[in-house]
Design a protein around this ligand. Sequence first.
Ligand SMILES: [Zn+2]
Length: 406
Amino acid sequence: MPTRRLYYDDAYEKEFSARVMYCEVRPPDVKSGITGTVWGLLLDRSAFYPTSGGQPHDLGKIGDANVLDVRDEGEEILHLVDRKPSEPDVDCCINWPRRFDHMQQHTGQHLLSAMFQERFGLPTVSFHLGAEDSSIDLRGIEPSEAFLEGAERAANQIIFEDRPVNVRYGTADQLSEIGVRKEVEREGILRAIEIESADLQPCGGTHVKSTGQIGLLLVRRCTKIRQDWRVEFVCGGRAERIARHDFQLLRQVAEKLACATDDVVAAAAGALGERDAHFKNFRGMLQRLGEAEATLALQTTPSGSNGLRIVSRVFEGVPAEFLGFFATEIAKNENTIALLARAEDGQLLFAQHPAAGKDVNGLLKKVLEKTGGKGGGTRDFARGRLNDAASAASALSLAKEMLAAG
Ligand SMILES: [Zn+2]
């Protein structure tokens, strides 16, 4: 027996009584997030909206049972609930804040789609109403910033005019005579939603009764999805929350930058410019320091009996880049080899003057084989990292022994 859909005629019916026509235990449906045992219920009449047409299902209560999901099954509405109602005649109520939010987003979608179509010739090919934001997919040329703003402004103008939103019934032919835009293939009596002098669309969803109740429509991002353009938007309570959230963010950024909210872009650009200049300075100083320390190290490191001068050092409290500057300076000197490590993270850097005639990459690999770690490079310059930073000093001693051995 078909379920009488109360929301067709009155989307504002929040409480209703009905008779349970059918009730059976159903297995858990993990895919839908339903892990426990549930009951499937059919009622003779229902105000619960089932997931369809881009609009999510309602929640609420049927007698003492909680509604978990509502599905459109042909002529019937299937309610999934967490327990069997104790009586066959049940009082029901839908979760009104959730439903009204859906009505605001859904009616806003009709309006926004109509504006994109009418003003910019961009048809909507799909609609999605999510938990956070909603989106329509437009087909055609990329909507420019001016398109997005123009459609938003036009939609809000119609919201401010508080135009009636009417439900119209008729056959496909009758509806197309009064201006239904979409081709409809279904037979019989169809339902269409009219926003007075703005839009007429076949739709089985729930809508507010006048555009003023959409509240406000804010267009957010536009991104490319395959060949279409996905425009995200929010209406009503969501627009209020998101505008407040955005302003709080802006204020927090302004506080961090110690400027007025209107000046955040200039202040952020200034701060980033300063940061870049400081970084450049810092890098220059780091290089000079690396070179100076390398010069000092060379002065205090004598050559060994094989004629090689080996500067071996574990650094602590310096950036990784410092090792590079230090090593480069060392390796400028003939017959000189640098064996460096960083205590904090076990980074290793081996470098040599080409005339030193060793293979520091091969040396590094042999050391890492014994101590554990990864790395590689060229014959004259190689980097690696030890698995255990604490073994940095012993890794360098090992490298030194290997060099001495041949
Ligand atoms: Zn609709």
